[in-house]
Design a protein around this ligand. Structure first.
Ligand code: FMN
Length: 315
């Protein structure tokens, strides 16, 4: 077994590196010309609803130089039925590990979407509930209100045995409050974090660049915020697997998330600048294990919380 193989709760992954939802097309089809999709720890699909969503008016993306991007895609997606019929067979053929990201405007829509695939446990390693999209009206409701987060997680747990991850929003004062609600409802993992609300202004038109005004900020600039949220959540709930997301572009970034308590990580905005970023991180992690004579990547998960001072950091 590879040293990079890891368990995220009861989800077995070949390695701890996945592609983040919405940053690799609907189902990473375009990435298969760069590498074999089966080399990844997994692919998280675009958020899929029970019906197709048209998304927001354009422009939808603004680059914030050296920091990342602000997006307002508005969850454009072809719907879960289209995905299951037209995209999933391709992923299966590629032997890819698939995490299905699901979204709904209402509790009922989340339930209907999961209901559509609830028994297909051999095709999906996990379901990731997107409770945290900042780019649609009401998109943050489920991850800003602990009661709503509890309800959606517990209702979905009732209908499927596929492991369930909840993707939370950083647009909240204390992420552990929502994390606890999801844990109480039986969630199997917490995906931390989605994008942070931001704004870009065009000083010539004197108006926001994005038609909806605000957008979701992602990329290198959000890494410290994401690390802080992984850190806080692991500290309070060390037993719940955390999927670390936010500004991960390099192996070093990935290692920092694992040390803070993430069991695996997702690569998002980096994919736009370098479609092979995830593979480079996987190779970098292999080197890291060899150089440090570690027998498994899970050995470093949460290590930043231990009190022992590493020899190399002593003065
Ligand atoms: C263009 C774009 C589209 C996204 N679409 C989704 C989506 O459909 N569902 C979702 O859960 N997250 C979506 N995200 C959020 C990412 O999956 C990720 O959580 C976030 O960008 C932070 O990671 P990063 O800094 O590595 O990009 C999107 C992000 C971007 C930049």
């Amino acid at each position: 077994m590879s040293l990079l193989a890891t368990n995220v709760g009861n989800v077995k992954l070949k390695n701890p590196v996945l592609l983040a939802s919405g940053t690799c097309g609907v189902a990473a089809r375009e990435f298969s010309s760069y590498f074999n999709l089966s080399e990844l720890g997994g692919i998280v699909t675009k958020s899929l609803g029970i019906r197709p969503w048209v998304g927001n008016p354009t422009p939808r993306v603004v680059e914030i130089p050296n920091c990342g991007i602000l997006n307002s895609i508005g969850l454009q997606n072809p719907g879960i039925e289209y995905f299951a019929k037209n995209e999933l067979p391709f992923l299966t053929e590629q032997n890819a590990t698939v995490v299905l990201n699901v979204v709904g405007e209402t509790l009922d829509e989340y339930i209907q979407a999961v209901d559509y695939i609830k028994n297909r446990i051999s095709e999906f390693s996990a379901i990731e509930l997107n409770l945290s999209c900042p780019n649609v009206d009401g998109g943050l409701d489920f991850s800003q209100d602990p009661k709503k987060a509890f309800t959606v997680v517990s209702e979905i747990k009732k209908i499927t045995k596929i492991p369930l991850w909840a993707k939370l929003s950083p647009n909240i004062t204390d992420i552990t409050v929502i994390g606890k609600a999801c844990i109480d409802a039986g969630v199997d993992g917490l995906s931390l974090i989605n994008t942070i609300l931001g704004l870009a202004i065009n000083r010539w038109t004197k108006k926001p660049v994005l038609p909806r005004g605000v957008g979701g900020y992602s990329g290198p600039a959000i890494k410290p915020i994401a690390l802080r949220m992984v850190w806080q959540t692991y500290k309070q709930f060390p037993k719940i697997p955390i999927i670390g997301i936010g500004g991960i572009h390099t192996t070093d970034d990935a290692i920092e998330f694992l040390l803070c308590g993430a069991s695996c990580i997702q690569v998002g905005t980096a994919n736009f600048a370098n479609p092979k970023a995830s593979i480079e991180i996987i190779n970098g992690l292999k080197d890291y294990l060899e150089k440090n004579k570690l027998s498994s990547i899970s050995e470093i998960v949460g290590q930043a919380h231990q009190n022992k001072t590493p020899v190399s950091a002593r003065h």
